[in-house]
Design a protein around this ligand. Structure first.
Ligand SMILES: C[S@@+](CC[C@H](N)C(=O)[O-])C[C@H]1O[C@@H](n2cnc3c(N)ncnc32)[C@H](O)[C@@H]1O
Length: 200
């Protein structure tokens, strides 16, 4: 089955589309094995306001959203509709602008520890599969490789979530981004401590 260019307008609907005009920031999951991790990554992207998620390889199909072919129940949220999921083997070619900054996320010697990374606005983060690592080919196109300091290797979706949280904090510290505010009704009116931080 060919996965040249498939985009889902909602995460549950996979469409063929030749008009992809991707914008950073974005996440690339290289050759993922488990749909539950793709679902968790969609959730990460939705939660941190990242619109583009690329999936390389053909080990799994993005659920179409039709009955019997949906995301795992625990991972279905309306807010996911902000995320465009594209299955494509050469995701960095789908960005019309040339100045994207591919960043590999991997535990390799010499990788920058995450707390030391100043995330660029135009970052595209590439992660490896559950049963392997980010391939040499993908590492070669990365401007830098970052590792999350940890005692053990993390689940790929957890790693993506940590990266996106750290991106938000890093951009805020650089004066280039905001601390996100909960965009759903939880029955209370925001966190006053957060408002204090945002004013600074
Ligand atoms: C479950 S790991 C891959 C398995 C691992 N290579 C092994 O041998 O057990 C899947 C992906 O998550 C990301 N990852 C997991 N832990 C990480 C960490 N501490 N720092 C950076 N990336 C991490 C990497 O992108 C990695 O390729």
């Amino acid at each position: 089955m060919s996965h040249e260019r498939k985009v889902s307008r909602s995460p549950f609907v996979v469409l063929e589309d030749d008009t992809v005009d991707a914008q950073p920031p974005a996440i690339v999951m290289t050759d993922p094995k488990f749909v539950v991790n793709v679902a968790s990554m969609i959730r990460n992207c939705a939660a941190f306001g990242v619109e583009w998620l690329f999936i390389t390889g053909d080990r799994l199909d993005i659920p179409t959203g039709r009955k019997g072919d949906r995301m795992p129940r625990q991972e279905r949220m309306r807010e996911y509709r902000t995320v465009k999921v594209v299955q494509c083997d050469y995701p960095t070619m789908l960005f019309k602008r040339q100045d994207i900054a591919p960043i590999g996320v991997e535990l390799v010697p010499g990788a920058v520890p995450l707390p030391m990374l100043e995330h660029p606005l135009n970052a595209v983060y590439l992660l490896g599969p559950e049963d392997g690592g980010l391939s040499k080919g993908f590492r070669a196109i990365c401007h830098q490789i970052v590792q999350i300091p940890s005692l053990h290797c993390l689940n790929v979706a957890q790693a993506g979530g940590i990266i996106l949280y750290d991106r938000m904090a890093s951009l805020w510290r650089q004066g280039k981004g905001e601390i996100l505010e909960l965009d759903e009704d939880r029955g209370y009116d925001g966190n006053p401590r957060r408002r204090e931080l945002v004013r600074k």
